[in-house]
Design a protein around this ligand. Structure first.
Ligand SMILES: CC(C)(COP(=O)(O)OP(=O)(O)OC[C@H]1O[C@@H](n2cnc3c(N)ncnc32)[C@H](O)[C@@H]1OP(=O)(O)O)[C@@H](O)C(=O)NCCC(=O)NCCS
Length: 187
């Protein structure tokens, strides 16, 4: 098994295959229609230009992926990023979520991000458990914030600090260009 950066052209179809089951009739994603392959490919390309998109590969098969993107647009939010992870059900609870998230957060921290957030439709024991295990703390719950799969859904926001917890008197450097793994990580 290895973790590497996604290649949009090569990996989009397999990632979309994993994602699609969480769009159709599932509250996990608030998207209502599975994106086309072209759209999903563009998403990977777009995210890769500013953040990071990693995949876990098992002997040539994509078993999961994790990425980060912008949290909010207003400039003072520029040190905050949002992360998401999807693992093929065949591979749940085998350490892939952790294996993707740990290097993802290291890259984001080196890039200059100071916090990473995750919005989780609850209940979702797996996602809440993973984020807690990686040091995320609960921020709060948006109650009945979205209607998906036949019901109002609550979204739990969790966050994790990246980098030093300092008391700067001037704004830190803005996040720079994406940082890349020097080579795939085997695990
Ligand atoms: C949530 C998800 C990404 C977790 O990935 P995973 O590869 O199964 O997680 P890992 O094996 O790396 O687990 C790491 C830790 O997270 C926690 N965890 C993972 N799954 C859990 C579960 N079902 N219940 C409680 N804790 C869980 C545990 O602390 C675990 O460590 P341990 O196995 O040593 O106890 C996976 O279940 C998934 O893809 N779910 C569907 C999509 C989804 O909900 N994505 C998140 C959107 S916000």
């Amino acid at each position: 098994m290895l973790v590497r950066h996604a290649d949009a052209e090569r990996d989009a179809a397999a990632c979309l295959d994993i994602y699609a089951r969480y769009v159709d009739d599932s509250p996990v994603s608030f998207e209502e229609q599975t994106p086309s392959l072209a759209e999903f490919t563009q998403r990977i390309q777009r995210l890769t230009r500013t953040h990071a998109f990693l995949v876990a590969e098992d002997d040539g098969r994509i078993a999961g992926y994790a990425y980060s993107g912008p949290h909010r647009d207003r400039p003072a939010y520029r040190w905050a990023t949002e992360a998401t992870v999807y693992i093929d059900p065949d591979y749940h609870r085998r350490g892939l979520g952790r294996a993707l998230y740990v290097p993802l957060f290291e890259l984001l921290e080196r890039q200059g991000y100071r916090s990473v957030l995750a919005g989780i439709t609850v209940p979702n024991d797996g996602s809440v458990g993973l984020h807690r295990a990686l040091g995320f703390e609960e921020v709060g719950i948006y109650r009945r914030i979205g209607w998906k799969a036949g019901a109002w859904r609550d979204v739990l926001w969790m966050s994790k600090q990246l980098g030093p917890d300092t008391h700067e008197l001037q704004s830190p450097a803005s996040p720079g260009a994406p940082v890349h793994l020097t080579q795939p990580i085997e695990f």
